[in-house]
Design a protein around this ligand. Structure first.
Ligand code: HEM
Length: 378
């Protein structure tokens, strides 16, 4: 049904982004002492740009599912399918810019908090300080800017959801009344059977965020037929609120650490470094629950308003076969995750290596910063 749309966006990803990414990844990983530092840095930048570009196409395809545009429907019965009529309207569909910005920032947060975590670990252990402290500061700058921008971007996404997918917005805040002012919960619980939401809320908060008026009505779930709205309201509510809570913690943490930096006391608090070591988990969880919010909130549609999830099933594929491939995927990815964590942990424990000799850095000598050494600054 949507092969024509997905096909073009994913083909663009394969041709433009994967090629750039994979080519330069080879130089990034295996080129340390085969190419000069400038070429190596260029390769690093290209991997970064390639993965940003890769995100464009996959997020465009997903956004088209959420807010379809630039297409018409052709064919009848089993042959029916969506065909692109305007490529750029498809690319810039109503939610793609917001979603792409939000996804990119989520990735910057994941990356910068990984760097913060590794270097906080070294700082706590009093190791490789000449590299760890400046790297921590660079990562903190990226993390601070990204976490503040993520709040602005999230607000803009929520505005878009209010316009384009009102049933999703209502589920995100557990708002049932057909047309009444809506609260903004800090945390809570939704009982979908009783249609009640309990918790700590700012009265009229959602109305204010969307319409800048605490009393403005917001369309609630009961304005939609039961078959046209998400059924897992509490799950959407919880995932959404976990994401926001994480967003706020990241802001608090980076603002506080930046203030300490300004005061010249950033590395004095061991407990703060410990929090940074574990903080690597937060953006990872934030990204997962963000996608759960977006995708579960989109139900019952595969393509919003066009194709129901129940109609997206292939009659030829049996439930057991779907289950089998899901189990297989889970096993393969769990194995890869364990391997990744094992290797990452080994690399972190091993510490940085000398740029020229590939030997572990000898901390007792002065040659503990390969980059400075290469530039002849030692
Ligand atoms: C700070 C407050 C935040 C707000 C107000 C916010 C708001 C939103 C909204 C409204 C959506 C649903 C968009 C849609 O379905 O069209 C969303 C999705 C998402 N969020 Fe957040 N978010 C925040 C923080 C974060 C953080 C900290 C992360 C990750 C580190 C994150 C990652 C995501 C991801 C990956 C998605 C799915 C992609 C998308 O639909 O944009 N969000 N967010």
């Amino acid at each position: 049904y949507v092969g024509d749309i997905f096909g073009s966006a994913l083909a663009a990803e394969g041709i433009f982004a994967f090629a750039v990414e994979s080519g330069f990844l080879g130089i990034l990983l295996f080129g340390w002492n085969r190419v000069g530092p400038k070429v190596h840095f260029f390769a690093t930048l290209m991997v970064f740009l390639g993965s940003m570009f890769s995100a464009v196409w996959i997020v465009v395809a997903n956004s088209w599912q959420q807010t379809p545009a630039g297409y018409h429907i052709v064919g009848h019965g089993m042959e029916v399918r969506a065909e692109i009529t305007d490529f750029w309207a498809m690319v810039f569909n109503p939610s793609s810019v917001d979603r792409l910005t939000h996804t990119w920032l989520g990735a910057f947060l994941a990356g910068s908090f990984l760097v913060l975590s590794v270097n906080a670990y070294y700082i706590r252990k009093n190791k490789y300080l000449e590299i760890a402290k400046p790297t921590f500061k660079i990562a903190l700058t990226v993390a601070l800017i990204s976490s503040l921008c993520q709040l602005i971007s999230g607000h803009s996404s929520a505005d878009g959801v209010a316009k384009n997918q009102p049933a999703k917005l209502a589920a995100m805040e557990g708002h049932y009344d057909t047309s009444a002012a809506a609260d903004m919960y800090l945390f809570g619980w939704v009982d979908n059977k009783k249609q009640t939401t309990t918790g700590l809320a700012i009265p009229g908060g959602l109305s204010f965020l969307v319409h800048q008026d605490f009393k403005a009505p917001i369309t609630g779930l009961n304005a939609f037929k039961p078959e046209d709205r998400p059924s897992q309201v509490n799950a959407v509510f919880q995932f959404y609120h976990i994401m926001i809570t994480i967003g706020m913690i990241l802001i608090g943490l980076t603002v506080y650490a930046s203030w300490l930096w300004w005061k010249g006391k950033l590395f004095e608090k061991k407990w703060l470094m410990m929090i940074f070591v574990w903080s690597v988990l937060l953006p990872q969880i934030g990204n997962q629950v963000g996608w759960f919010t977006a995708e579960m909130g989109r139900q019952p549609w595969v393509v919003y308003g066009l194709l129901r999830t129940s109609d997206g099933l292939s009659k030829n594929v049996k439930a057991e076969q779907v289950m089998f491939s899901l189990i297989l995927f889970t096993l393969v990815y769990t194995t890869l995750l364990i391997l990744f964590l094992y290797l990452l942990n080994k690399k972190i424990k091993h510490g940085p290596v000398d740029y020229n000799t590939k030997d572990p850095i000898d901390e007792s000598s002065k040659r503990d910063n390969p980059i400075l050494e290469h530039d002849g600054q030692h």
